[in-house]
Design a protein around this ligand. Structure first.
Ligand code: HEC
Ligand code: HEC
Ligand code: HEC
Ligand code: HEC
Length: 395
């Protein structure tokens, strides 16, 4: 296991204590501290005759008092090229992975955690190292089985070769279609649009061909990888002991620390700082308010209540109004009537405007940059599409 950046929010001693209590098999290879870390820089074991080494690479931006984070390439470049299966746990992105692979050619796999990119089949880097990524939020679990052949360096993955071949086919089909449409097109704008699409698919085709070559390169003996992703849907049962632990923690959060998320007393004005809440806007903008009330923004708070996550610091910020602004709510138990994605989530804080509507103006047409603060391609499962989403909120 690789301790992630967020795990250190309560400091290194806390993480060390938890890891020891739960015997978490942490590994951290590029961090050195004034007092030695309680985890090794590499973990190794033998399995069915093969030797396996696991390294963990902390993000370069990790800040820990008394510690320094070393460059990943530097930390790993001493690994010899051998029969040992070398696995690097990291979450650094493709460019960094490629750089590290060049400096440390002994690495076989980069295993990502919590990456926004889900790779249904592993992707080969130029050195032959493979990147495996099951994606964020624990929705998919990756299971990889390996068969090691003595003396082999290259990996063969039947699933990946088939997928890359399909990528090449798809690009080729699109290019043929585009060529036919271009031959018929007469309008200049249509032509230039088709040319841009053609450029896009030509690039895709080239990338797919390179990836296919890499996935099928089989000079000499090869090791075999079989990688599958399992969806953690309803067909996968709960792990009873873990489920009980989570339920107990939720009960402490909902029970001891809170009144139920504060209901604004009748007659009391909602709001905090420069935020006033949607109810203050409806009298003057009844039409917009009526339209808004039919969007899921008006019910966004209920969604996290239904999930029993309303007191979770990781959840409430996008499901209420004003949490991204310093003067807005900062405590999930004190909402000041700002539940839901209200008017001000898009138009900006409204206190000054309600006092002087014709002089203190709000944003008339909220830009998409405002939407993607919440529709961040991570928590929303990458569903945001400007062209289909914007019309749904217009009023
Ligand atoms: C403060 C965070 C936030 C901002 C800003 C925001 N949204 Fe949303 N949006 C959400 C949340 C949360 C939901 C899900 C509500 C639910 O169902 O619980 C959502 C849902 C939606 C949906 C409904 C999706 C569906 O099919 O059910 C659309 C459409 C949408 N947003 C468009 C936009 C657009 C366009 C903008 C910018 C003009 C925007 N949003 C700005 C948080 C936000
Ligand atoms: C960065 C902003 C953000 C955070 C943080 C966030 N959400 Fe959301 N959530 C969204 C957006 C945006 C949507 C709308 C997605 C869509 O339909 O396009 C959404 C939709 C939802 C929905 C309804 C639709 C669905 O996907 O089932 C639920 C339930 C939900 N979120 C729960 C949560 C929980 C639980 C957390 C905490 C782990 C959380 N959200 C944290 C932005 C966020
Ligand atoms: C998800 C983002 C979003 C939310 C939430 C939202 N709006 Fe808007 N609003 C827009 C967009 C986009 C426009 C510009 C397009 C349009 O006119 O519909 C707009 C335009 C407006 C306008 C200007 C209309 C005009 O004729 O120029 C008013 C007034 C307004 N909104 C009020 C409200 C009020 C009041 C609420 C809450 C009840 C609200 N909005 C909630 C996105 C939002
Ligand atoms: C007392 C009545 C009143 C209230 C309350 C009010 N508005 Fe307005 N709003 C107006 C008037 C009047 C205008 C037109 C201003 C102009 O054209 O000079 C306006 C304009 C707007 C516009 C267009 C951009 C601009 O500022 O000209 C938006 C967006 C808007 N209001 C959103 C809101 C939101 C969000 C709230 C709640 C926080 C709100 N309004 C509360 C009266 C009100």
């Amino acid at each position: 296991m690789l301790p992630a950046r967020g795990d250190f929010a309560f400091g290194l001693p806390f993480v060390a204590e938890v890891a020891t209590a739960w015997e978490l098999p942490y590994v951290l290879s590029n961090v050195t501290c004034s007092t030695p870390l309680p985890w090794p820089a590499v973990r190794s074991f033998d399995k069915a005759g093969a030797r396996v080494e696991v390294y963990g690479i902390a993000h370069p931006e990790l800040k820990l008092p008394g510690c320094s984070v070393m460059d990943a390439g530097q930390a790993l470049e001493g690994i010899p090229v051998s029969d040992t299966v070398v696995i690097v746990l990291a979450d650094l992105g493709r460019t960094a992975e490629s750089d590290i692979a060049v400096r440390a050619p002994g690495v076989d796999f980069f295993l990502r955690a919590d990456s926004t990119e889900t790779l249904s089949t592993p992707e080969a880097l130029a050195t032959g190292a493979l990147v495996l990524s099951s994606g964020a939020r624990g929705k998919l679990l990756g299971v990889a089985t390996v068969e090691v052949t003595p003396g082999a360096r290259a990996w063969r993955d039947a699933g990946a070769s088939a997928a890359r071949a399909t990528d090449v086919d798809t690009a080729t089909t699109r290019l043929t279609e585009l060529a036919t449409r271009k031959a018929k097109a007469t309008d200049a704008r249509e032509l230039s649009r088709l040319t841009r699409q053609e450029e896009f698919w030509t690039k895709k085709q080239a990338t797919a061909r390179t990836a296919l070559d890499l996935a099928t390169a089989t000079a000499g003996p090869t090791n075999v990888l079989n990688n599958t992703l399992r969806g953690l849907g309803d067909d996968v049962g709960e792990h009873a002991p873990t489920f009980a632990l989570v339920a107990a923690v939720k009960a402490t959060l909902t029970g001891s620390q809170s009144a139920p998320a504060e209901a604004t007393p009748a007659g009391a004005a909602a709001g905090i700082g420069s935020w006033v809440g949607s109810a203050a806007c409806t009298t003057c903008h009844a039409a917009q308010a009526a339209q808004w009330s039919h969007t899921s923004h008006a019910r966004a708070y209920a969604s996290i209540v239904a999930d029993d996550r309303q007191f979770d610091q990781d959840c409430y910020s996008c499901h209420i109004t004003g949490a991204f602004d310093g003067t807005g709510p900062t405590d999930p138990r004190q909402l000041h009537g700002l539940e839901n994605v209200g008017c001000e989530s898009c138009h900006g804080a409204g206190k000054a405007h309600i006092a002087a509507p014709t002089t203190a103006h709000l944003v008339r047409e909220p830009p998409t940059s405002q939407c993607v603060q919440c529709h961040d391609s991570r928590q929303d499962g990458g569903r945001f599409d400007e062209l289909t989403y914007r019309p749904k909120v217009a009023h």
